[in-house]
Design a protein around this ligand. Sequence first.
Ligand code: GLU
Length: 284
Amino acid sequence: MSANLPLLRFAPSPNGLLHLGHAYSALFTWQAASQLGGRVLLRIEDIDLERCKPEFDAAMLRDLAWLGLDWPTPVWRQSQRFAHYSAAADQLRALQLLYPCFCSRRTIAAHASGTDPDGAPLYAGNCRHLNQDDIAAKFGRGEPVQYRLDMDRAMAMTGPLSFTLVGPSALDRPQIRYARPQRWGDIVLQRKQTPTSYHLSVVVDDAAQAITHVTRGRDMEAATDIHILLQFLLGLPSPIYNFHTLIRDENGTKLAKSRGSPSLASLRESGWTPQQVCAQLGFA
Ligand code: GLU
């Protein structure tokens, strides 16, 4: 692929069926690519081997093709790229930016020092100062371990961080935004069940796929600060970001698989056409 071609990506997780919120995000991304004269790569974000299922993966490809969208092959699947994420974690470990954390969910909640931008308990840093003997003892007992980023140490290395934002249209004038990753505290970068996390793998893959523009929902705006920090620490380029509005149901609630929002497959079965989906979502 040409080095100058704008490259965008659509990166769904196959842990359920796509609904209108995904369709909006996909159509927005393909529209932005066409405005920029670029292409969209499809990336399947399936690092959660328990929740992601091949049947959802297949259903996603079917739904996106039904909407009239296309993408180059091969499609990347994150489940095939764990070694790359481990290598990135090792790079951060070599900078002494990762530490092992043995805390349970309950301990994290009980000691929380507030909430993060998503409303989850903010880690109070209990394991940040464990000494080598404590760590060896916990490993010796086989306690499940996850690895966290030492946020203060990381921020001391980077200084103030910013990124480039456009929108709502991909052709709008770019603006500069400060990133405030501190508000997330010591985030987990390698989970107990997998040697990576969403944040680490998305940053590694956006760089590996040479993504120039990331379009994603506004609900991901705060998390982008983490991605900017990781890009800096790993020496990776930052794409331009564009956050789109979220599709809400009649009660104003964001659509979600977990809330049973109707899937594209069920709309298709009940007679909707792709043109009706596009019109409903405001795309020509
Ligand atoms: N897998 C994420 C999702 O489905 C991708 C979001 C992103 O990185 O833009 O929400």
